[in-house]
Design a protein around this ligand. Structure first.
Ligand code: GBH
Length: 471
């Protein structure tokens, strides 16, 4: 009797398997090699801003352990490593370029290339020089032009070896969390400043894409954190309106200017009281919508939303902070996040792998000019420990990563053009306002000795990469 077998899924040729980090979260050497304060160094000194009042001075000391960390990546068989450069290291105080700062990244790139690992460089993962914040930060249009100077310096030093360039990581966070809710540095709680920051980061992105493209860069993109905004009751107009507002502020305010050259009409309307239209100059959207070679998608969880007050709502937007914070949902602060009763990670984020499939497929359906996609972050925090046998057994993280990778495969089978997947994160690290208490690594870091131990999830990921390469 013949049986119809499902066709086994094979990953597209050249699909990139990687892992990601960010400068502020791992480097340490907060004031070594000429580096000066970023907004996160300054924010860490605000009492109650960061859980445990942790700081970034040492982090996981990657700055001094870089060759050993690259050796770990090689042992895992990573195709690519996504990292960011620190503006406050490259141009301390945003004055002149700091050769020692650039030299660190030059050595990192050489080490990666020697190990056969593709460097995937992000220029801005949230660590603005404090000197620029003192002049107004991202609420000030001039910061966009300063970003181009910095990007041009990094490109001049590394453009001969780095082929893949990302301007911003998750502008949602560095605008709406940094200037709106105040959960992130610089800790401002000002809706108008937050909205201006969104636009100025868009502008900085577009100006930098044009500058780097004209200097010869071939693969230019941006990474957004995107979500599925799901109304709790799909028949309730109040919940549907809440989902529209969340989709506007989390997704479309970023996607539409980049991919359609215009802010959505409803976003412009909702943010009218916060001055969005006032910060847009006439040529800006043509600059912002410069063609992209890829779009990075960071996804951890969906958002089930309601427009009704809800006692089960668990998401306080407080990060780990003890100080009082506001909401990133400018003008839509009433939105609540009811629970679906799904399992949750240590971040209290619901686990729903199918959301990643849905998101990747939906983007292709909704945007005509969508470039190839890369999942540039996906992963989970759990409270794992070192066992008596010396291993770190993290079945929940292992399942989380494996099930999400399966869903990326399903999205590709359904027609989504996804070309790579990066686990967040290579190493346990500084989890922003949560300090060191949340561990996302596939490699454990002992915060007393700074020793690294590959977790079971890291072994699983390495085995998965080997199998995917074998076809
Ligand atoms: C990423 O942020 C970062 O790029 C990375 O540096 C970080 O370590 C990693 O993920 C893990 O957190 O309820 O108002 O906060 C993800 C940040 C968190 C952004 C959830 C959207 C929901 C909105 N995302 N957040 S809010």
């Amino acid at each position: 009797m013949s049986q119809i077998e499902p066709t086994p899924f094979t990953w597209p040729p050249g699909f990139l398997w990687g892992s990601a980090t960010a400068a502020a979260q791992i480097e340490g050497a907060g004031h070594a090699g000429g580096k000066e304060d970023s907004i996160w160094d300054a924010f860490a000194r605000v009492p109650g801003a960061i859980a445990g009042d942790d700081d970034l001075e040492t982090a996981v000391d990657h700055y001094h352990r870089m060759p050993a960390d690259v050796a770990i990546m090689a042992s895992l068989g990573l195709d690519s490593y996504r990292f960011s450069t620190s503006w406050a290291r490259v141009r301390p105080g945003d004055r002149a370029v700091n050769p020692a700062g650039l030299d660190f990244y030059s050595r990192l790139v050489d080490e990666l290339l020697a190990a056969g690992i593709l460097p995937w460089l992000t220029l801005y993962h949230w660590d603005l020089p404090q000197a620029l914040e003192d002049k107004g930060g991202w609420a000030d249009r001039d910061t966009a032009y300063r970003f181009v100077d910095y990007a041009t310096d990094v490109y001049a030093a590394l453009g001969d070896r780095v082929t893949h360039w990302t301007t911003f990581n998750e502008p949602f966070c560095s605008s709406l969390l940094g200037y709106g809710s105040g959960v992130h540095a610089p800790g401002r709680k000002d809706g108008r400043a937050a909205v201006a920051a969104v636009h100025h980061q868009h502008l900085a992105h577009g100006l930098a894409v044009n500058a780097l493209r004209s200097n010869g860069a071939q693969h230019l993109g941006i990474t957004l954190n995107l979500t599925n905004a799901v109304p709790r009751d799909t028949a309730d107009p109040v919940d549907i309106e809440a989902a529209r507002r969340l989709d506007s502020l989390a997704n479309r305010i970023f996607l539409d200017p980049l991919l359609r050259g215009a802010y959505p009409e409803d976003t412009l309307h909702d943010l009218e009281p916060f001055g969005l239209a006032e910060v847009i100059h006439s040529d800006d959207l043509a600059i912002i919508s410069a063609p992209l070679d890829f779009l990075g998608v960071n996804h951890y969880h969906d958002d089930l939303v309601s427009g009704h007050a809800d006692a089960s709502a668990s998401d306080s937007h407080a990060g780990g902070a003890a100080r009082s914070v506001g909401s990133p949902w400018i003008g839509s602060e009433y939105i609540t996040f009811p629970s679906r009763g799904l399992p949750r990670t240590a971040m209290d984020w619901e686990v729903n792998p199918d959301g990643l499939r849905l998101l990747l497929v939906r983007l292709g359906e909704e945007y005509d000019r969508l470039p190839p996609l890369y999942v540039t972050e996906n992963g989970a925090a759990y409270d794992d420990r070192v066992s008596a046998d010396g291993g770190v057994h993290d079945p929940e993280r292992t399942d989380y990563i494996a099930s999400h990778i399966d869903k990326v495969g399903e999205a590709i089978a359904a027609g989504a053009d996804v070309r790579g997947y990066f686990v967040w994160s290579l190493l346990d690290n500084f989890e922003w306002s949560y300090g060191y208490e949340k561990r996302f690594g596939i490699v454990r870091v002992d915060y007393d000795t700074l020793e690294r131990t590959v977790k079971d999830s890291g072994r699983m990921y390495a085995a998965h990469i080997r199998a995917a390469h074998a076809g």
